[in-house]
Ligand binder design. Structure first.
Ligand SMILES: [Zn+2]
Length: 59
């Protein structure tokens, strides 16, 4: 049966778990209206994405 040859070090174990740890989503600034918007997302306040109107915003 396959058995690990070496003991997993604390650093290696922590590095592995750090990859799955939750962190707050990265927010970028909308180039059109300047509000904070998560990446790869159309701006909810002005409806722009990559310098183009993609959503119709009411009111
Ligand atoms: Zn915007």
């Amino acid at each position: 049966m396959g058995v690990p040859k070496r003991k997993t070090s604390k650093m290696r174990q922590r590095t592995r778990r750090a990859a799955n740890r939750w962190h707050a989503p990265q927010l970028s600034t909308c180039s059109q209206c300047g509000t904070r918007v998560p990446g790869h997302t159309a701006c909810p306040s002005c409806g722009y994405y990559r310098g183009r109107q993609v959503l119709t915003i009411e009111a």
